[in-house]
Design a protein around this ligand. Sequence first.
Ligand code: CA
Length: 231
Amino acid sequence: MKKEKILVVEDEAKILEVVTSLMEKQGYEVYQAEEGKQGLEIFNNNEISLIILDLMLPDISGEEICMKIREKSRVPIIMLTAKIDEANLLRGLDIGADDYITKPFSLMELVARVKVILRRSSDELKPLYKYNSFQNGDLYIDVESNIIKKKNELLNLTQSEWKILLSLIKYPNKVFTRDELVTIALGSEFDGYNRTIDSHIKNLRQKIEDNPKSPSYIITVFGKGYKFGGE
Ligand code: CA
């Protein structure tokens, strides 16, 4: 089986070394960065499965790195912080990290968290973050500001279309049945024929797909429903 790749971004040489050998012993392939920019570069050029990211780095902060990565990726991130206060503060800010570990940490604890998160990310739903861009920016979605762009041009979606699209994107591995989408998009009070969803999907595809007849974003899963296939 292919080794999963873990990126460790940490400027304290000793911690970097300890964490690296710990992860290697667990069978992971480890990439090291002592600075933020270097970490981002490694991330951009390799298929990293998980990042262990120190908050305080000499160039750009772990917080900023985390947000940069979240603009385009859902890769799991474990933040290392020096104080519990920082961890709590960051949690409140919701910068998109999956977990926080306070230094000094137990090595067994770190291993346990890494394993849990990797397992979760491989077979569970991956949540959506504030911004998402798909297929090299062909489709850009800013959830908080309700902005959606196709090839840099603003699109107008109806409320139902928007809700359907966000639901699909939020859980990219999940196949949604028509009933689920009806509940999400039209509310549970809706008592109609669930094929209504098909017409919303058709309209959505007209707006976001290059070729609505051969969609690359909203995929029909035959006999089941729809899923998002945008990455
Ligand atoms: Ca540091």
